[in-house]
Design a protein around this ligand. Structure first.
Ligand SMILES: NC(=O)c1ccc[n+]([C@@H]2O[C@H](COP(=O)([O-])OP(=O)(O)OC[C@H]3O[C@@H](n4cnc5c(N)ncnc54)[C@H](O)[C@@H]3O)[C@@H](O)[C@H]2O)c1
Length: 251
């Protein structure tokens, strides 16, 4: 029977690429995100075998998503957590509302999706992949709360890897640098002080490639996520894999 992957944030830049990669690899994809109509359109286009629209910040939503995936497709072989949000700003003016949003989506929803998926993943000796970030490995100026959320995701991932190893379930984090997705466009529009191109240029200037630096593409991240869910990655668990053109390698 075709294996099943549950992808959160499946309508986002990375989530969509991950879904397409798993479909190409012969898996059935169960997707979740905020917009039910867009999810239905993705299913009609053959990109999703099932979906459940949910705001993952709502209490009980992650558990409902996992239950829907199992009820619809009968099994679960992998979970890839791609839902996430970016907010930045100086600590003095950072709102409590944005703090809760970032921690709720990036950390809490990921944790409870993992937790809810564990029983089904034990049955298939499956795999979890959590999207962390280079911002989970090193400070990013002006983004203390996002960094805190991603640092937490990385250590949550490592701890789950230890806890789940005896049952053969693997758990890894992927830490991309800046990826060309709607999240990056949102950052530039909202925080670029009216100069989104300048914001993006400033990001690229930090990469070791210098003038030839370009953003990571979503399909690169998707290929890594897919690899981590394959039997050939059986020795990889508790890892935090950078895919960041070297931005976290040092300076
Ligand atoms: N784009 C980057 O530069 C970059 C770099 C490193 C890590 N990441 C991480 O990769 C993951 C995917 O990012 P992306 O670039 O594809 O972002 P994106 O904004 O394109 O997609 C994120 C998706 O998450 C969904 N989402 C947000 N809040 C939600 C909620 N409350 N309930 C359900 N779904 C919700 C959105 O609707 C969206 O479809 C995120 O965890 C992000 O932090 C992104």
């Amino acid at each position: 029977m075709q294996p099943v992957v549950l992808i959160s944030g499946v309508l986002g830049g990375i989530g969509q690429a991950v879904g397409e990669q798993f479909v190409r690899g012969g898996w059935r994809v169960f997707g979740t995100d905020l917009d039910g109509a867009a999810l239905a359109a993705r299913q009609a286009a053959g990109q999703l075998a099932g979906y459940h629209a949910a705001d993952l910040r709502q209490v009980g939503a992650p558990q409902a998503v996992v239950a829907a995936a199992q009820a619809t497709l009968g099994r679960l072989d992998a979970l890839v957590n791609c839902a996430g949000v970016w907010r930045e700003g100086p600590a003095e003016t950072f709102s409590e509302e944005d703090f809760d949003l970032v921690l709720d989506v990036n950390l809490k929803a990921s944790f409870f999706l993992c937790a809810a998926a564990i029983p089904a993943l034990r049955e298939t000796r499956g795999a979890i992949v959590n999207l962390s970030s280079d911002a989970g490995r090193q400070g990013n100026r002006n983004a203390a709360v996002y960094c805190a959320s991603k640092g937490a995701v990385t250590l949550m991932t490592k701890t789950l890897a230890l806890d789940l190893a005896p049952s053969g379930v693997r758990c890894n984090a992927i830490s991309p640098g800046d990826v060309a997705t709607p999240m990056l466009s949102f950052q530039a529009e909202r925080y670029g002080n009216g100069d989104p191109a300048g914001y993006l240029q400033d990001l690229l200037a930090k990469y070791p490639q210098g003038d030839s630096a370009t953003f990571v593409q979503p399909d690169e991240v998707a290929a890594l996520a897919f690899f981590l869910c394959q039997p050939s990655a059986r020795s990889i668990t508790g890892a935090d894999l950078a895919i960041d053109r070297g931005i976290s390698a040092g300076h």
